[in-house]
Each structure stands twice: as structure tokens, then as C-alpha cells.
Unconditional design. Structure first.
Length: 611
């Protein structure tokens, strides 16, 4: 299945098949759903009874002035009310259960899927979109099943029972009511459609305005320096203008709907009243029967609206259902083969007892690679690294350095050729095996809400406080941690946004060290800390990296001098390879890069001191 590129908000034709799949996914709630529908069917029937009671009351108590059965009548009425109350209570309980249960199940499934999907999936999917899928989309489906579906059942039973009641009383009058039904349905459906379109337009406008706001705020500084305020304001006004017009249209539409439906109702009422009155005078029906009819017809509109709205309701939520299903249907393009899974387990049930120990030899054998729909990044790339070596990758932006380490981590797989870990193609091992043995520190480190200590022991929940502190000390992070109000127990905020990027890097460093992996990947990992801190980390990790295979990508060449091997990457190829002193002696690309950077840093220093 292809990852979809964009999400269409437009409701398509109502798709029964889609909802059948959603129903199947909600198997856990079938019993509740069944019971709930039964309750509503009962409720629909019992709620159609009062007109019959009215009829009895009018004929007996009013016309015949006989109140001998009044006690019974009141008891019966009270009993009916009580019965309805009990059933309503139960149905609301059940609906709530279904709504949240379905929502929860789909969220859990979606979340699990997201954990399973490879890194590359997130290249294509904006995070905002994914969040919508696992939150509001699933909630919409829950509501549709919990309330929409059962509403429908109620409407159908209420209408049907009312009709049977009417037909039993007088076929001719019942027929008049029956004729009005299609008209009401047609009007309801027409309006529903128009209102959906109108609401969708309003929502579109609204998100355009939100986006404009967002950009206006986020980009305030840029806007000011580029003197774009005037233009931005004009664009913004145009958007709000559209929003205003669309909202008015929506309001007019919904203001029209009820009066029109009521008019149809009034016409039917008038007809039944005149016809009925004649019949009463002729003595064909009693006054009570006429009263019953009037009350049937007054209550007519509600179920019609409920039934008419179900399709548009489900159609409106169809986009949400589609999005959730597409997520659940997404097949990861990197996955372990069945044999591998059998032997080494999957992400949720790893069979660690079968995992071979890892040494850390890495070989690229004639690897070619391109990103999906991208140009070729590596072609026929060979690289052989013995366990324990520290390898530095340097080179221009876009040269392919990150791509190489992404391949090592198996965030992507080679398009051609193979990557061997300890002499075996890594596709013959489980992803989890490799990834549990790799420590990956990125330029934009990812922290999670929680405390500093939680974040350091993120991958190793059982690590004690002492281990956490040792890891932090090793990367010289303790200094800034102790300055925080609660030390290791300080909250880092959502995504770690209460810390500076450099501080986040230090924390993710400590996290990688605590995890004690055989292979270390540092992709611009120290680019956001100052030079002095970088030097300190450098000294600290040199010890840590000893005996482990490690890859360091850095723009600041002073930090990679001590690597066993430095590879200069150019256009996805190794342009030069050797130790610092060898490459300097060779006076090639590396020498150029190094001396230029060195000179720049020197002049920066001098300028800094002057200013
Ligand atoms: N997810 C992706 N999808 C498509 N193309 C990509 C993706 N990531 C990188 N590329 C492309 O692959 C090429 C190599 O990118 P890569 O990120 O490996 O460069 P880099 O050497 O790490 O650069 P930098 O120093 O800026 O981090 C670039 O041309 C880039 O545009
Ligand atoms: Mg990179």
C-alpha cells in the first residue's frame, strides 16, 4: 500500500464497505452495540405510545366524563415514564461505553502501528496529520458508532411504531401522514448536504486563518525585517472576509431549514385536522383519535431528521474513518522476514535468548541507495569498518553523510547491494536486535515530557539513579542539571522545550551512553553546544567510544581529529579516507576543508576579541 500524499477533506459517496470494516474492527463492542440497539428499539416503540394514551384520556375522561379508571391510567402513564427513564439511562451508559471503547481501541491500534512503521514513514507524513489521526479521527468514529448508529435505530422504530399506531386508528389519515414523509426526507437530506458543504468551507477558511495567524506569529521577526506587515495584513483581511461571507451563508441555511420543515408539518397538520374534524362529526372516529393523530404528527419531524442525518453524519465522518483505516493498512516498507521474526521475535515480543551477540564490524557491499521518489544518493558504495573503530564522516551539506548512517541504523535499507553486520546481511537479523545495539544522537535530539532522569533512562527503565548520574557526569551534563530547580527531577516540558538545544543534546548523549550500545552514531550531535562544552564532551566520549564502533558526523572538523578514520564524502562517494595526519599530509580535500575552517575560526576569534 502506498503512503497517501494528501488528505482529502471532501466527503465522498457514502461507503457501506468502509463502515463495515470499521464495524469489524470494533468487534470488541458488538455485544454492547447490540444491547444498545435493542434498548433504542424499545425506546422508539414505547415513546410512540403516549398518543394512544392521549386518545384514551380524551375519549374517556373528557368526552365521556368517566374518571373511574383515572387511577389506573395515572399508574400506567407513570410506569411508562419510569420504563423509558430506565431504558434511556442504560442506553446512555452503553453509548458512552461504545463511544470511548471504539475510540480507545482504534487509538491503541493506530499507536501500535505508528511504533511499527519505519523512520521513512515519517518523512512523508507531517506530524500534525498523524496526531489528528490518532486523536480526533478516532474520536469521530467512536461518536458515530456510539451515538449516530443507535440514533438511527431509534428513529426507525419510533417512526414505524407511530405508523402502525396511526394505521390502526384510521387508514386514510395515516396515509396522509405517510405521503408527507418523502417530502420531509427530501428536504432534510437536501439541507444536510448543503450544510455539510457550507460547514466544510467554513472549516477551510478557519484553518487558513489559523495558519496565517500561526505564520504571522512565528515569523514575526522575519516579517518585520522584510517589511511585509502591510501585505500580510491584506492577505489576512481577504481570508477573514471569505470566512465572514461563508459563515453568514451557513447561518442563513440553518435558519431556513426548520421553518421549511415546520411548514410541511403545518400543511399536513392542517389537512389531518380538517379531514379528521369531518370524520369526527360524521362519527367515524372519536375526538380522542383525532387528538392522538395530532400528537403523532407533531412528533413526526424528529425521527425524520434523525434518520436523514445518519447518512450525512456518516458521510461527514467518512474522511476520518478513511484516514484511520489507511494508517492501519499501511505496510511498513522495512520489515523483518517471517523467518527472521520467527527466530528473533518482533518488536513487541522479542526473543532475546536467540539474539547473537554483536561485535560491531560493518561492511557496505556495493550499496546503492535512493530515497523514494528521490535521486540516487549512493551508488556502488563500499565501506569496511572493523569493530571498535571510530569513523568520522565529513563533507558538504547534502553529500550523503546522514544517509550513510541512516542505512547503518536500518532506518532505510539499501536499494541494491547489502550491509553486513559482523559478516551477516542485517536483513537476516531483526530490526530490534540492531537497534537495541545502536546509540543514536542527533542534531535535533528528541526528548519526551517527564523529568531529566526519566529521559536519561528512557531506553533502560530499570536503571538506578546512580547509573543515571554516572552517565550524566560522563558527558559533563551534571553541571547544568544541578543548576535546575529540582536537579534530576526537573520537568523538561513537552519535547524537552524547556531546555536549550545544547542541553537537550547533552541529555540524549547521556541517554545513549547509559544504554551502552556496541555501535554509536553521532550525527551533528554536538553542533549546538559551545566549543568549550564540545571539547569537554569530546574528551569524555573518547573514553566511552573506546572499543565500540562509532560514527561521528561533524561540520566542526576539530572534533573529528582523533577519529581512527576520516572519510570525506562527496556526492555519495568517498573522496578521501585516512587518519587526520595522513589526510593533512596528502594535502587534498580534507586539508583544504581543515585549513579553511581553521582560518575562519581564528579570524572569528580575533574579531570576537576586538568587538
Ligand atoms: N528523507 C529524504 N527523502 C528524500 N531525499 C532525501 C531525504 N533525506 C535526504 N535526502 C537527499 O539525499 C541527499 C543526501 O542527504 P543527507 O541528509 O545524507 O546529506 P548530509 O551529508 O547528511 O547533509 P548535512 O550535512 O546537511 O546533514 C540530499 O540530496 C538530500 O536532499
Ligand atoms: Mg546530515
Amino acid at each position: 500500500m502506498e503512503y497517501e500524499q494528501e488528505l482529502d477533506m471532501a466527503p465522498k459517496k457514502f461507503s457501506l464497505q468502509l463502515w463495515r470494516r470499521i464495524l469489524k474492527l470494533s468487534r470488541n463492542h458488538w455485544r454492547e452495540l447490540g444491547e444498545c440497539m435493542l434498548m433504542l428499539a424499545l425506546l422508539g416503540i414505547t415513546e410512540s405510545l403516549p398518543p394512544l394514551l392521549t386518545r384514551y384520556a380524551v375519549d374517556r375522561f373528557v368526552v365521556a366524563r368517566d374518571t373511574s379508571t383515572l387511577g389506573w391510567f395515572i399508574a400506567l402513564y407513570a410506569g411508562l415514564l419510569l420504563f423509558n427513564f430506565v431504558i434511556s439511562h442504560r442506553f446512555i451508559q452503553l453509548s458512552g461505553h461504545i463511544e470511548w471503547g471504539v475510540n480507545y481501541d482504534l487509538r491503541a491500534k493506530g499507536f501500535r502501528k505508528l511504533q511499527e512503521l519505519p523512520f521513512s514513514y515519517y518523512d512523508r507524513m507531517p506530524v500534525g496529520n498523524l496526531l489528528t489521526r490518532v486523536t480526533s479521527d478516532t474520536a469521530q468514529i467512536g461518536e458515530a458508532l456510539g451515538w449516530g448508529l443507535v440514533d438511527f435505530v431509534w428513529g426507525v422504530f419510533f417512526l414505524a411504531a407511530s405508523f402502525i399506531g396511526m394505521a390502526a386508528l384510521n387508514a386514510k389519515l395515516a396515509l396522509a401522514a405517510l405521503v408527507s414523509l418523502p417530502v420531509m426526507f427530501a428536504i432534510s437530506i437536501l439541507f444536510q448536504k448543503k450544510m455539510i458543504v457550507s460547514q466544510r468551507n467554513i472549516r477551510k477558511s478557519n484553518s487558513a486563518i489559523t495558519a496565517a495567524f500561526n505564520e504571522g506569529i512565528m515569523g514575526a521577526r522575519t516579517t518585520k525585517t522584510l517589511v511585509r506587515e502591510e501585505m500580510n495584513y491584506e492577505e489576512f483581511s481577504a481570508q477573514t472576509d471569505i470566512m465572514y461571507r461563508r459563515s453568514i451563508r451557513g447561518a442563513v441555511l440553518s435558519a431556513l431549514f426548520l421553518p421549511i420543515i415546520s411548514s410541511v408539518g403545518a400543511i399536513v397538520t392542517a389537512f389531518v385536522l380538517t379531514e379528521g374534524a369531518g370524520l369526527v362529526l360524521e362519527g367515524v372516529i372519536s375526538l380522542g383519535t383525532l387528538a392522538a393523530f395530532m400528537s403523532y404528527i407533531t412528533d413526526f419531524f424528529e425521527p425524520v431528521e434523525h434518520i436523514a442525518s445518519i447518512f450525512s453524519e456518516f458521510q461527514r465522518r467518512q474522511a476520518a474513518a478513511e484516514r484511520v483505516l489507511t494508517l492501519l493498512d499501511t505496510e511498513p516498507d522495512i520489515r523483518d522476514s517471517r523467518e527472521v521474526e520467527e527466530l528473533f521475535g518482533d518488536n513487541f515480543r522479542p526473543k532475546k535468548e536467540n539474539w547473537p551477540p554483536i561485535r560491531g564490524d560493518i561492511d557496505f557491499e556495493d550499496v546503492s541507495f535512493r530515497y523514494k521518489d528521490g535521486e540516487s544518493v549512493l551508488s556502488h558504495f563500499d565501506l569496511h569498518i572493523r569493530a571498535g573503530q571510530t569513523v568520522a564522516l565529513v563533507g558538504a551539506t547534502g553529500a550523503g553523510k546522514s544517509t550513510i548512517v541512516n542505512l547503518i541504523c536500518r532506518f532505510y535499507e539499501p536499494t541494491e547491494g547489502s550491509i553486513l553486520i559482523d559478516g551477516t546481511d542485517y536483513r537476516q537479523r531483526s530490526q530490534l536486535w540492531l537497534q537495541s545495539n545502536i546509540g543514536y544522537v542527533l542534531q535535533e535530539p528528541q526528548l519526551f515530557s517527564g523529568t531529566i532522569a526519566d529521559n536519561i533512562r528512557y531506553a533502560d527503565k530499570d536503571a538506578g539513579m546512580e547509573e543515571v548520574k554516572r552517565a550524566a557526569r560522563q558527558v559533563n551534563a551534571e553541571g547544568f542539571i544541578m543548576k535546575l530547580e529540582n536537579g534530576y527531577d526537573s520537568q523538561v516540558g513537552e519535547g524537552g522545550n524547556r531546555l536549550s538545544t545544547g542541553e537537550k543534546q547533552l541529555i540524549s548523549f547521556a541517554r545513549a551512553i547509559l544504554h551502552n550500545p556496541r555501535i554509536f552514531v553521532l550525527d551533528e550531535a554536538t553542533s549546538s553546544v559551545d566549543t568549550e562544552t564540545e571539547m569537554m564532551i569530546q574528551r569524555a566520549i573518547e573514553k566511552t567510544l573506546e572499543g565500540r564502533t562509532s560514527f561521528i558526523i561533524a561540520h566542526r572538523l576539530s572534533t573529528v581529529r582523533h577519529a581512527d578514520r576520516i572519510l570525506v564524502i562527496e556526492d555519495g562517494k568517498i573522496a578521501e579516507s585516512g587518519s587526520h595526519s595522513e589526510l593533512i599530509a596528502a594535502r587534498g580535500r580534507y586539508y583544504q576543508l581543515y585549513t579553511t575552517q581553521f582560518r575562519e575560526e581564528r579570524s572569528m576569534d580575533v574579531l570576537g576579541k576586538k568587538g
